[in-house]
Design a protein around this ligand. Structure first.
Ligand code: OKP
Ligand code: ZN
Length: 344
């Protein structure tokens, strides 16, 4: 299987976040990517290729143009305000309760276009975010050109980024942009199956009223964990999208037996929908050793996930999301990909 990845994606580096009341180095760090590429080479999964340069046209349809323009200029605005550290918000608009205003101050803009204080900007953030987006689109292009499966090593990740907000380490929703590219190229239906530990609230929001993209997600019950305000089982889509959003929240401590049962249910709903391509939002923070998560999958389970996905018999685009046990992330991500390849 081919992997798409650019070294530019390492330029988002050294950002801080809030965690348990303290300011700490970001969990979403560059070693995540380097552990994965090392493992790909170790097991000879296939070549790691640079993305092709890509236009932002689709990103500006999936997100608002104003939002994309903001994240492309946030670091410059932060510098113009005389700031040097990680650009993070400290004030939010509690949307719907305030007038619809267009503020100028960088502090207001950071709050306006975000849902949390985990998603800071540093000097290289935009270049890395753009390259991550290019990797997702290039991997989608390879599927369009005939590959059965492809891996977009996207970092920063994407599934918490919605139409006009960042959050959860995510800026551009790479999986959503890739899904739109597949539709533009002639796919009539695409499924995004999100197996990250956290609910992909951004992906859900983007496609909530659409019937051409089914969004299916297995995740920690949002009563217990981030993103808290979305991911409940009664969120099933609306309008033309009604019935095409499926959330399967799972309790703290979920183990392989429970998780696999949920996956089988999800796969059943995907078979019914009958997409031309499945995009997997591939997070491996379901691993028992993950520092910010509370599920109990172990190393050996990840290849089994790959085998389940291969059994769908559909073209499959893997897009990286989370996974923070960095020493294990290569084994777990490449475990899914090799498990898939061994089973097709
Ligand atoms: C991103 B992905 C507070 C703790 C972490 C955000 C979690 C984001 C997870 N800094 N809060 O879905 O793996
Ligand atoms: Zn996650």
């Amino acid at each position: 299987m081919k992997t798409i990845f650019s070294l530019k994606q390492l330029k988002h580096q050294g950002q801080f976040e809030f965690y348990n009341g303290a300011v700490v180095e970001g969990y979403e760090n560059i070693s995540r990517a380097t552990f994965i590429t090392s493992r790909i080479e170790e097991v000879r999964l296939g070549p790691v290729l640079d993305p092709r340069p890509q236009s932002l046209d689709i990103a500006k349809r999936i997100h608002s143009t104003a939002y994309i323009d903001f994240i492309a200029s946030a670091w410059r605005l932060w510098g113009e305000a005389g700031r040097t550290g990680t650009a993070l918000p400290y004030a939010w608009a509690a949307r719907g309760r305030y007038k619809d205003i267009a503020p100028d101050s960088i502090d207001a803009l950071l709050g306006l276009y975000s849902i949390d204080a985990s998603t800071g900007f540093v000097e290289g953030t935009w270049e890395a975010v753009k390259a991550s987006h290019d990797s997702a689109l290039t991997a989608a292009d390879l599927i369009i050109e005939g590959e059965q499966a492809c891996f977009a090593l996207c970092r920063p990740p994407g599934h918490h980024a919605g139409t006009d907000f960042n959050g959860g380490y995510c800026f551009v929703n790479n999986a959503a942009v890739a899904a739109q590219r597949l539709l533009d190229a002639g796919a009539s239906r695409v499924t995004i199956l999100d197996i990250d530990y956290h609910h992909g609230n951004g992906t859900q929001e983007i496609f909530y009223t659409r019937g051409d993209v089914q969004v299916v997600s297995l995740h920690a019950d949002p009563r217990n964990d981030y993103p808290f305000f979305a991911g409940y089982a009664d969120e099933r889509g609306s309008g033309s999208g009604e019935g095409f959003n499926l959330n399967i929240p799972l309790p703290d401590g979920t183990d392989w037996t429970q998780w696999e049962r949920a996956l089988e249910f999800a796969l059943g709903s995907i078979r019914q929908f009958g997409p031309d391509v499945v995009v997997i939002s591939l997070g491996v923070d379901t691993f028992e050793g993950d520092p910010i998560s509370r599920f109990r999958l172990s190393h050996g389970h990840f290849p089994l996930i790959g085998a389940h996905l291969a059994a769908l018999g559909m073209k499959t685009l893997f897009v990286l999301e989370g996974g923070y046990a960095v020493e294990d992330i290569g084994i777990n991500v490449v475990g899914v990909l090799s498990g898939y390849e061994d089973a097709i």
